[in-house]
Design a protein. Structure first.
Lengths: 504, 1120
């Protein structure tokens, strides 16, 4: 053994000893075990600045795009039960959705829980804003507006939950205690009261409109329009008239072209009151998350633009009056060509022959955005629009016996459609009946065709008390199907605190 | 060695003597160590022709032929005598006799072809000799008895293993110690006689690796099982842990068929729910959580620490068991040994599931159409024959080949071991290929008498062409009516037949799948040992692990079918990096006071762990046929880079955690009869906050070696008998990092663009519930065991009873959806789980004749897993959403039941007619299943109240096997060796989710076709084809099947080619073998394999499982 080796070995040994000591000292030092949170912003750093408040409000709007808010769950809960739409796709595809068409669905079906969780996630983001930005030192009027925006979305989400499930827990703050985390169900009256409170609060603060960089945020008009709709469900006719009249004084106008109103360039147009803001940014899968257009898109188009669910029925086609231009604007039929120039392919075996035109995005544009997102992910979801307000106004006025005002509002809606028709002289003649029952039928009809495939028909018919008559042949049963079952997963997780709805 | 001989003549006399002593010492050591490389006993013939050459040189020449070694004192006059030899294929004895004629030399043949050359005329005189006695790992042995053969003269070694004794010059020493084979050593006029003892082959006397050291097995008070490296590397398994299946009682291995995948391992049942359920692996002192990077051939030994007292020294990380792995070291025999192991073979899926053929599918498709639609699309079933068998189309007999070369050797001062390995494995799924390169360098250096250093560096590099996600379910569901390709060359398209979105053409999926991953792993450590002040050893080791993994997934622009197409190419690249270091210092004190033996150890440990992920993607990346894609070639500005997982948006990276620990252990023994071990460890982890940060883990164990009692001296029945008991506490730190900190959510999914402004407004908010501070999850275990060796050392019995409770187990508890959390659960301490069981291992070894020996060992374990308490308000913990179409919970974890038990409705039949449905009512006339159709499952009502609801669900089966067992046999007859290993599990359930995961036009099994309900009276056990409709897909007993299986795990026949046949002196050993792994499997389960695995709460759910395969190999082992 050469002496050199020995030195090297001693140095090696010494080096190890030193490094072990260094590591040991390092390991024993006080700070070694205190590892700061990485990669995520700790909540202790949140809720400090105005930017934090702004970001938290942004998250509320972003969350409205989720699958649970815009795709299968709302189709199942808010559309398929109606006589306007059926499951779609090919018969063997997603047969679990059939239970919503024929009312055999049981509490374990997954869309129920998806819808439930999707809405409560919105509510949580609203509660985060309402509870947490109180102490932020920021512009007071902006803070008040943020509160109002949060209250609007919270009310919207509770409204969707309430009409879907009837008996739901009312969570109005960030839950802390065990009882708050696992709350009991409130009565529909309590929920409606809370919704109305939120909407009154919101309407008193929210601005009528925003600058270009804030378009799409909740407005005074949105709060009032939603309030009117809530009152409609509660049959508070005079309130409906009050709120709709206020909206009618805010400068909204029906968009000249019914069909064009649903196209991307006309998002947030003069008729729009509230839309879920959806966009496409190349490569940003988070922003491109909306599947609203995709799940309802024509499944026979290639490259793929859709899955072909939630398709219109012949019953809905039949409802349209002859020459009503809204038929083509509502239902995309095989073998036709869209105003945008897309040839709609003939349906392949078993595939639907009709699709929801209102979710349509021109095929090439939709398909191009499939790579880092979903086809048609930039299509906004129209939640509230002026025609709806007019029809609510008409319905409430008629219920209050004010046929004249009812007819005025009704005529505004029909007049726009008439103007869009090929033959305005003969198409969609003005309704003239003043008899309450006849006028009611006319308004119901108008509401069905004007708002077809916009996720209102099913609950409209139920609130109007006609469900057994209209949906009975589909399997709808009174004293049960007014609401869907409470999701079994939620009952399970609540350890029985949540009670199932009657009949399920 | 050879070198020192060639310069022999130039050496001064004193040096000559020193070198000679060294040589002889080493040769003596060879006696003990060269078992492997020279265990061919002296039948080799010698051919030699020399003229007038000194006898010593002749002996050297013979040595060089590689079979015989000589031991002699160069002072012997005779060895300088010159002789002439003309030997042609002469027996060594004859040759020596001839050569020594005319000298006073004689010889004596010892074991292992060692020949001692002696002078017959030297006067017998007394000689003072000294020496050192060491054990199997070169550790000094104290208390070893050394006597002069045939006399009563003798002594014992001191603490350092040293002795001195006055003996006649030609005396033979008898060296004996418990746990080692007795050895006779000729003194041969030497003044220094060092002896390395060979550990006794008696199992109970083996030295085993335990936490922070080794112990004689007889001294172990806990439950430790040891597997030799050879038993691992001889198997076809490419993962070392996979090879343990059926070998160790209480260790349940669940293998995956995916090349490169690590198997699941549970030691003594499922003791934790959240995070990793696998054990801690300690590889040459470095702590790791996965050993896929290890070449099985590099393993010297593997110890499984099973009871809490053995594990407690690892405190924080010991809760799920500890596996201590020692890699191979070089030997001090002075010359290099090179071994080559190679094998080649193929793999083939076993028990392939028979799917319905095209005609059968069409019939069922039409039935489904009629059942679900008034206006169905129908297939003309008469136009279809057998159609496409998608499994045949996508599976293959897959090549596997494995090569390893290992060079080891060394001297008294330093040893080395170097190995290179290459594995190429095709998956049984076409295009799924895997390659692994491994390299390892190990070096130990004795710097001085008291200082030793060493290091191990293990590198591994693997490349994989990955299987597309969800491919197995896709193949299972692919309709046989669609051809692979249409006549026009286009892909067979489900859309052509109107089959919906839920099915696809798997061949197209494979053809357009471009997923590649590569993994670099560097693990290693260095240590330093310093002995001082007679009784102390200071040991320090510093090690670490660096893992760099990159996966690329490229989706080209393509149009294969109506549902399989892509308009814009997309490249996503994900990079994962793990960096870790560990530093440990221990101080050991050992002393013997008369009958009392004491070893005390104190130590300190610190480690640092950092894990990071980066995700990047770009679109419009051009398709590179060479298989390389680059983000930079994509559309400028279109890419994303994120440290957040784009699929979950959560959590964000990096994750760093640190641990600092202190520990101590005392081993006390009284006359080798009464043994006591006590340990204590305190761990602080950055994952816990405030007063919950530090956890303390004590343990105690005791053993009574009954066979060493005086009253047992005269019995012959038990060669060894020991009773032991232990208790200990261990911790589990495998919880997520930062779990106690409430963090915010952000990123694209939470950002919005208002109107058409194009400006992204970032969103940040809180989407979770404030998690409660976590406290330590602790395992508290008791073990009572019996070890016996009997029937003349032929039968070994190991029996253990254990009871281990995991207290405050950390669980992901579902929270009500009304909280609005984006992750619908919180991680919290929930309750206690108990695993209680019994293990029995029997081993029988016998040598029937010179030519025939055999061994049979069997082990069986019984484990009962149960949840004892639940502090989450008695709330059941549901999971298993992946097993059912709508995400319904398929498992429940609740008090009194095992973890993750299957849960759902009990099927009591099939509705035959509409009247059956109407008449199925409770006592008040309320229909139980009002929405049901004929052909649907009829569920039992447990509440007696209609309609059937979630309250009517019952427990359906336990995914945790109650029995696991293995039988391992080996037979050696002359040059042949045969081993047959059997293995199985029993009393376990599997949830066959494939049968129910239906979204549309998925295919069915042929079994389903034959047994399905298709009209009143056709079946009361199988539903109609509308399995995916109504409530048929709700979790129920029809999906739960027995997961018991029994298989021939390994069958290997080897033949060692005799050296005489080879006639190649440089080859020490050449063995060829044929090997079958998993060739025969026996089970009732209707899927590919009941060996399903899965995380707790989702375990045993068969959904998209990579099927198991059998491996058929031919191989060779070569040593030279």
């Amino acid at each position: 053994m050469k002496p050199n080796d020995k030195y090297i070995q001693h140095i090696l040994g010494l080096g190890l000893l030193v490094s072990a000591s260094v590591f040991m000292l390092h390991g024993c030092s006080k700070g070694f075990l205190n590892v700061a949170v990485q990669g995520q912003q700790p909540v202790t750093q949140l809720w400090q600045t105005e930017t934090d408040a702004t970001n938290a409000v942004n998250a509320i709007y972003a969350n409205l795009r989720t699958y649970d808010n815009t795709a299968f769950p709302p189709i199942a809960i808010e559309s398929l039960g109606s006589d306007d739409a059926v499951k779609g796709s090919v018969p063997t595809d997603a047969t679990f959705m059939n239970g919503y068409d024929n009312f055999t669905v049981t509490a374990t079906e997954g869309q129920l829980d998806g819808f439930w969780q999707g809405q409560y996630q919105n509510i949580n983001f609203c509660n985060q804003v309402l509870d947490s930005i109180v102490n932020i030192n920021m512009d007071a009027s902006l803070k008040a507006r943020y509160f109002a925006e949060a209250k609007f979305v919270r009310a919207y989400s509770y409204f969707r939950l309430e009409r879907a499930f009837g008996n739901i827990p009312l969570v109005l703050q960030i839950p802390g205690t065990a009882a708050q985390i696992n709350p009991v169900q409130s009565t529909p009256a309590q929920v409606y009261a809370a919704i109305e409170q939120d909407l009154s609060d919101a309407a008193s603060v929210l601005p009528q409109s925003y600058g270009a960089s804030d378009v799409g945020r909740a407005t005074k008009g949105a709060a009032l329009a939603l309030h009117a709709k809530v009152a409609l469900y509660e049959k508070k006719w005079s309130d409906v008239v009050t709120y709709t009249k206020q909206v009618m004084g805010l400068g909204y106008a029906l968009f000249p072209s019914y069909e064009q109103m649903f196209r991307i360039p006309n998002e947030n147009c003069s008729e729009s009151i509230f839309e879920i803001q959806c966009n496409y940014v190349a490569g940003n899968e988070g922003i491109n998350s909306s599947q609203y257009s995709q799940v309802e898109g024509d499944r026979d188009v290639s490259p793929s633009v859709g899955w072909g669910f939630n398709v219109p029925t012949q019953d809905l086609v039949n409802e349209f009056e002859a020459g009503d231009p809204r038929l083509q604007a509502t239902i995309m039929m095989e073998g036709t060509t869209t105003p945008e120039g897309d040839a709609v392919p003939m349906a392949s075996a078993g595939a639907p022959t009709m699709y929801n035109m209102k979710s349509y995005v021109p095929f090439a544009q939709a398909a191009a955005h499939d790579a880092a997102g979903n086809p048609g992910c930039e299509q906004n979801v129209r939640v509230l629009r002026y025609a709806d307000v007019l029809l609510m106004n008409a319905e409430a006025n008629n219920e209050l016996g004010d046929a004249a005002d009812a007819l005025t509002s009704l005529e505004m809606v029909r007049a726009r459609a008439r103007a869009n028709s090929a033959n305005p002289a003969t198409t969609l003649p003005p309704v003239t009946a003043t008899d309450q029952a006849t006028l009611r039928t006319a308004i119901y009809h108008e509401r069905r065709v004007e708002l077809a495939m916009e996720f209102d028909r099913y609950f409209d018919v139920i609130r109007q008390g006609r469900a057994a008559a209209v949906f009975g042949s589909l399997g709808w049963k009174p004293n049960k199907n007014e609401v869907w079952p409470i999701p079994q997963n939620e009952i399970d997780v609540s350890a029985g605190v949540l009670k199932q709805n009657v009949g399920y | 060695m050879k070198k020192s001989l060639t310069i022999w003549d130039w050496c001064p006399h004193a040096l000559k003597k020193a070198l000679l002593i060294m040589k002889l010492t080493i040769l003596l050591i060879l006696l003990a160590t060269l078992q492997v490389s020279a265990n061919v006993n002296g039948q080799a013939k010698i051919s030699l022709r020399v003229t007038q050459v000194e006898i010593s040189h002749v002996l050297n020449s013979i040595e060089r032929q590689g079979v015989y070694r000589f031991l002699y004192n160069s002072r012997l006059n005779g060895v300088q005598q010159k002789v002439s030899i003309d030997a042609d294929n002469l027996d060594i004895k004859d040759l020596l006799r001839k050569m020594f004629t005319g000298t006073d030399l004689t010889y004596k043949m010892l074991d292992n072809n060692l020949i001692v050359v002696l002078s017959s005329s030297l006067a017998v005189q007394d000689l003072k000799i000294t020496g050192k006695i060491t054990g199997g790992s070169d550790e000094p042995l104290s208390g070893v008895s050394i006597t002069v053969k045939g006399t009563s003269r003798g002594t014992t070694t001191d603490f350092y293993g040293n002795y001195s004794l006055t003996v006649p010059e030609n005396a033979t020493l008898l060296v004996s110690s418990i746990g080692f084979q007795n050895q006779e050593v000729a003194v041969n006029s030497l003044s220094i006689v060092n002896v390395k003892l060979i550990p006794s082959s008696k199992l109970i006397d083996e030295v085993v690796v335990v936490g922070y050291g080794t112990q004689r097995k007889i001294d172990v008070t806990g439950s430790v099982a040891t597997i030799k490296g050879d038993d691992i590397s001889k198997q076809a398994s490419t993962n070392p842990i996979s090879a343990l299946q059926g070998k160790v009682a209480g260790v349940q291995i669940t293998n995956s068929g995916q090349p490169g995948a690590a198997p699941g391992i549970l030691i003594r049942g499922l003791g934790t729910y959240f995070g990793s359920t696998g054990p801690l692996y300690v590889v040459d002192g470095v702590w790791v959580t996965d050993v896929s990077f290890l070449n099985p051939s590099d393993i010297e030994s593997l110890s499984v620490l099973k009871d809490a007292s053995s594990e407690a020294i690892y405190g924080i990380n010991g809760a799920n068991g500890v596996v201590v792995i020692t890699t191979r070291k070089g030997s001090k025999n002075g010359h290099a040994t090179v071994t080559y192991n190679g094998s080649v073979g193929y793999q083939k899926v076993t028990n392939q599931v028979k799917m319905a053929n095209a005609y059968e599918y069409a019939v069922m498709f039409n039935e489904l159409g009629r059942a679900t639609s008034a206006n169905p699309v129908l297939l003309d079933s008469s136009q279809f024959g057998t159609g496409t068998n998608w499994f045949d189309q996508t599976l293959r007999n897959a090549l596997i080949t494995n090569h390893q070369i290992d060079v080891s050797g060394g001297s008294e001062k330093s040893t080395y071991n170097f190995s290179l390995g290459y594995l190429y494995q095709d998956g049984v799924l076409k295009t799924n290929d895997y390659q692994r390169y491994t390299a390892r360098l190990q070096n130990d250096i004795q710097i001085s008498k008291n200082i030793r250093v060493g290091y191990t560096a293990i590198g591994s590099y693997s490349l994989s062409d990955d299987a597309p996600g969800g491919i197995w379910h896709e193949i299972y569901s692919a309709p046989p009516v669609i051809p692979v390709k249409f006549a026009d060359g286009g892909y067979g398209d489900p859309g052509y037949y109107g089959l919906g979105q839920s099915v696809s053409n798997p061949q197209a999926t494979l053809d357009f799948n471009n997923a590649k991953s590569k993994n670099n792993n560097l693990t290693g450590g260095a240590y330093l040992d310093i002995k001082f002040a007679r009784h102390f050893t200071f040991h320090t080791n510093v090690g670490g692990e660096y893992i760099d993994n990159q996966s690329k997934n490229y989706t080209p622009v393509y149009k294969a079918t109506s549902t399989q197409n892509n308009a814009v190419s997309n490249l996503s690249v994900t990079s994962y990096e793990t960096r870790k270091w560990i530093a440990e210092n221990t101080l050991t004190y050992t002393n013997v006071f008369g009958d009392h033996k004491l070893t005390a150890l104190v130590g300190q440990h610190a480690d640092y762990y950092n894990y990071d992920e980066i995700h990047a993607s770009a679109i419009n990346v051009p398709d590179a046929t060479t298989g390389n894609w680059y983000l930079g070639l994509g559309t400028g500005g279109a890419g994303t880079v994120s440290d957040v997982d784009p699929n979950t948006y959560n959590p964000a990276y990096p994750l760093t955690s640190t641990v600092s620990s202190y520990f101590g252990r005392v081993n006390y023994g009284y006359r080798d009869k009464y043994l006591l071990t006590a340990t204590m460890r305190g761990d602080g982890s950055s994952k816990f906050v405030g007063s919950n940060r530090w956890g303390y883990f004590p343990s105690i164990g005791a053993a009574w070696v009954i066979s060493n009692e005086d009253f047992m001296k005269n019995q012959k029945f038990f060669n060894s008998l020991k009773l032991k008991g232990s208790w200990g506490k261990v911790g589990n730190v495998s919880i997520p990092t930062f779990v106690s900190s409430l963090t915010s959510v952000s990123g694209g999914a939470y950002s919005v663009i208002y109107g058409n402004s194009g400006v992204i407004s970032s969103g940040v908010s809180v989407a979770a519930l404030v998690p409660p501070p976590l406290v330590w999850e602790k395992g508290v275990g008791t073990d009572i065991g019996l070890e016996a060796v009997t029937l003349n050392n032929r039968l070994t019995i190991d029996a253990d009873y254990y009871d281990k409770k995991t207290e405050n187990f950390v669980f992901q508890v579902n929270i009500p959806g009304s909280v609005g959390a984006s992750t619908p659960y919180i991680i919290t301490n929930v309750g206690d789980i108990r695993n209680r069981g019994f293990e029995l291992a029997l081993s029988w070894k016998d040598q029937i004749s010179k030519d025939f020996s055999y061994g049979i060992s069997g082990n069986v374990s019984i484990n009962n897993n149960v949840v004892l308490t639940n502090s989450a308000g008695g709330q059941k913990i549901y999971n298993g959403g992946e097993g059912a179409t709508g995400g319904q919970f398929t498992t429940v974890t609740t008090v009194g039941q095992p973890v993750g038990e299957f849960y759902g409705y009990k099927v009591i039949g099939i509705f035959q007619t509409a009247a059956d449905v109407t008449n199925y009512t409770d006592k008040n006339g309320a229909q139980y299943q009002p929405g049901a159709q004929p052909g649907d499952f009829k569920y039992a009502s447990t509440t007696g109240v209609g309609p059937i609801t979630g309250n009517d669900r019952v427990y359906l089966g336990n995914p945790n096997p109650k029995y696991t067992y293995g039988i391992n046999t080996s037979f050696a007859y002359k040059k042949f060796d045969l081993s047959i290993d059997l293995q199985g599990v029993a009393d376990v359930s599997v949830y066959n989710a494939n049968k129910g995961l239906r979204y549309g036009a998925e295919n069915f099994t042929q079994d389903f076709y034959e047994h399905r309900w298709h009209g009143a009276g056709t079946s009361n056990t199988f539903p109609s084809v509308n399995v995916g409709g109504g409530t048929n897909f709700d979790p129920n007993s029809w999906y739960v099947e027995s997961g018991s299986y029994f298989r021939i795990r390994n069958l290997q026949l080897g033949y060692t080619i005799p050296n005489a046949t080879l006639n190649r002196a440089w080859i020490q050993k050449l063995r060829v073998y044929a090997d079958l792994q998993n060739p025969f499997n026996f089970f009732k389960y209707t899927g590919f394999t009941p060996e399903v695995g899965g995380t707790p709460g989702n375990a045993g759910i068969d959904n998209n499982i990579y099927p198991l395969y059998a491996t058929y190999r031919l191989g060779v082992n070569l040593t030279f």
